[in-house]
Design a protein around this ligand. Structure first.
Ligand SMILES: C[S@@+](CC[C@H](N)C(=O)[O-])C[C@H]1O[C@@H](n2cnc3c(N)ncnc32)[C@H](O)[C@@H]1O
Length: 179
């Protein structure tokens, strides 16, 4: 019995190990093909994550996005970084226009499809780029920037925050003078 187990030990270790090693070697040798395969896989994974996160974060999101709802009554221009399939659209107030910034073009169609559930939210532009460089979006042109579960994927968080500051409309400070 012990000798059978000993004989099985080597293949039992090597076979499961060969899968990640093989995938890693394939990715190293074929970076372009890997990106092509990885994008739809990532899309599928995000769809699964969306359901998982929506259930857990809905109370927090209601609270965080309530500031946007206060702007009801006028069109709201939102820029969303890495919107995926539009997990945040249900929290946007009526008459919201969305500029989506995502380097993964695979999301464009999914986002358009998903946004049909929210007829009051319109995706007006899909910028295929990393949020580190949003030069396709004009300076001081958006009311709010939304970003959930995406900053972990960006290469340079400081550059993204710099771009966020650039595209946001300047805040108009109202000062009351009492004489
Ligand atoms: C985990 S998904 C999150 C999707 C959605 N925001 C949510 O909360 O479910 C991460 C998203 O960030 C995008 N992303 C990755 N790197 C990015 C970058 N440098 N700039 C903008 N978006 C990026 C991905 O393509 C994807 O759409």
């Amino acid at each position: 019995m012990a000798s059978v187990l000993r004989r099985l030990a080597v293949p039992a270790t090597l076979i499961p190990l060969s899968v990640p090693v093989g995938l890693y070697a394939f990715a190293k040798l074929n970076p372009e093909k890997t990106t092509a395969y990885a994008k739809p896989v990532f899309l599928w994974l995000c769809a699964k994550l969306k359901t998982f996160h929506q259930e857990r974060f809905c109370v927090l999101k209601e609270d965080v996005f309530s500031g946007l709802k206060k702007q009801d009554g006028r069109n709201l221009q939102v820029l969303e970084i890495g919107p995926g399939k539009g997990a945040n659209f249900e929290y946007f107030p009526p008459r919201t226009s969305v500029i989506a910034v995502d380097p993964n073009i695979e999301f464009a169609q999914e986002l358009e499809e998903n946004s049909k559930q929210y007829p009051d939210v319109k995706v007006t532009k899909f910028v295929v780029a990393g949020a580190e460089d949003m030069s396709a979006v004009a300076e001081g042109s958006v009311d709010a920037v939304v970003c959930t579960l995406a900053l972990c994927s960006v290469q340079d968080v400081d550059a993204v925050l710099g771009e966020v500051k650039r595209v946001l409309k300047p805040v108009i400070k109202v000062t009351t003078l009492t004489v």
